[in-house]
Design a protein. Structure first.
Length: 160
């Protein structure tokens, strides 16, 4: 019997549109320890499809092909903005952030302890995609999170 979710996949799989997908695969290997699963080259040296495994989860990606091949999807660099963040849980947030920066990522938020119980930071990869990198450090009750969120919002924008 054919499985409705193929072996090696989860029910939600990010599919990134990238300006320079082949370079992105190499970057994700260096920055996040990704394992390359496959590449499907297209005309003119583009990547029609590629897959990597990061921490046991697949991420699909392809080159920004504009309207070619019926793909009106665009990359963050083509749009000048990124509308999503990929959340990546790791065993050591600070070490993972540094690895990403050493590979060429830009820090968006420095790693910090959060009111929801994670050590959390955010980087932007050289292709415009944002990656939240976190390590869960404390289990919080909903009440503790609500109180922490209230305190955080009161201090938002204030120098500490």
């Amino acid at each position: 019997m054919v499985k409705p979710v193929p072996e090696g996949y989860t029910t939600v799989t990010p599919h990134l549109v990238v300006d320079g997908a082949a370079k992105a695969v190499d970057f994700y290997k260096k920055a996040f320890g990704a394992e390359e699963i496959c590449r499907m080259p297209g005309p003119g040296g583009c990547l029609m499809h590629a897959e990597v495994n990061i921490g046991g989860n697949r991420v699909m990606l392809c080159d920004d092909l504009g309207a070619q091949f019926g793909q009106p999807k665009r990359s963050p660099t083509a749009l000048g903005a990124c509308s999503t963040t990929i959340h990546l849980y790791v065993t050591d947030c600070d070490k993972a952030m540094q690895r990403a920066v050493d590979a060429g990522a830009e820090v968006v938020y420095a790693a910090m302890d959060t009111f929801w119980g994670d050590r959390y930071g955010k980087v932007k990869d050289p292709f415009g995609h944002e990656w939240a990198i976190a390590t869960h450090i404390k289990d919080m009750t909903p009440e503790e999170m609500a109180k922490g969120a209230d305190e955080w919002m009161k201090n938002c924008g204030k120098k500490q």
